[in-house]
Ligand binder design. Structure first.
Ligand code: ZN
Length: 149
């Protein structure tokens, strides 16, 4: 595709150097490409975890729809069942959000960028999720509320 004569990072034409893949000087292109590969590798696991949590959430939503149908047909003869199903959905939404935030952090997203998505300042986002980043364990929070608010 003619890419062999261009820097693999910034796409600038490479003047010389057989087999050279990045700009010769300064070496920021090679380093940037290396860091990007490292970030992608670090993010692979949390991305997979996010996908898994997404699948589990989907099962909970389906379960809640079934409960809703049952409750409707039984004319409310199972009080509390729908609330239990809804609470289960909520827990799994929280797990999914934490996994997604960890994945974004691993991929190099700033707290400012993540906070923006949740209408939070960078500081508020950091306060909400940094604890999980340190623990790296979205599945197993220390208490039901999952750390500092
Ligand atoms: Zn370059």
């Amino acid at each position: 595709m003619g890419d062999s004569r261009r820097c693999q990072w910034c796409r600038a034409p490479l003047a010389s150097g057989r087999g050279r893949r990045y700009c010769p000087r300064p070496r920021t292109c090679r380093q940037s490409a290396y860091r990007a590969r490292q970030r992608a590798a670090r993010a692979a696991e949390p991305y997979a975890a996010t996908a898994q949590f997404g699948g589990e959430l989907q099962l909970r939503v389906e379960a809640m729809r079934e409960v809703l149908l049952q409750v409707t047909l039984a004319e409310g003869r199972a009080p509390g069942l729908l609330a239990t199903a809804a609470a289960d959905v909520e827990r799994h939404v929280r797990d999914l959000v934490v996994a997604a935030v960890l994945a974004e952090r691993a991929a190099g997203a700033s707290w400012a960028r993540i906070g923006e998505a949740f209408d939070l300042s960078a500081d508020a986002a950091r306060h909400r999720w940094r604890w999980y980043e340190i623990r790296r364990s979205p599945v197993d929070p220390p208490d039901a509320e999952g750390g500092p608010r």
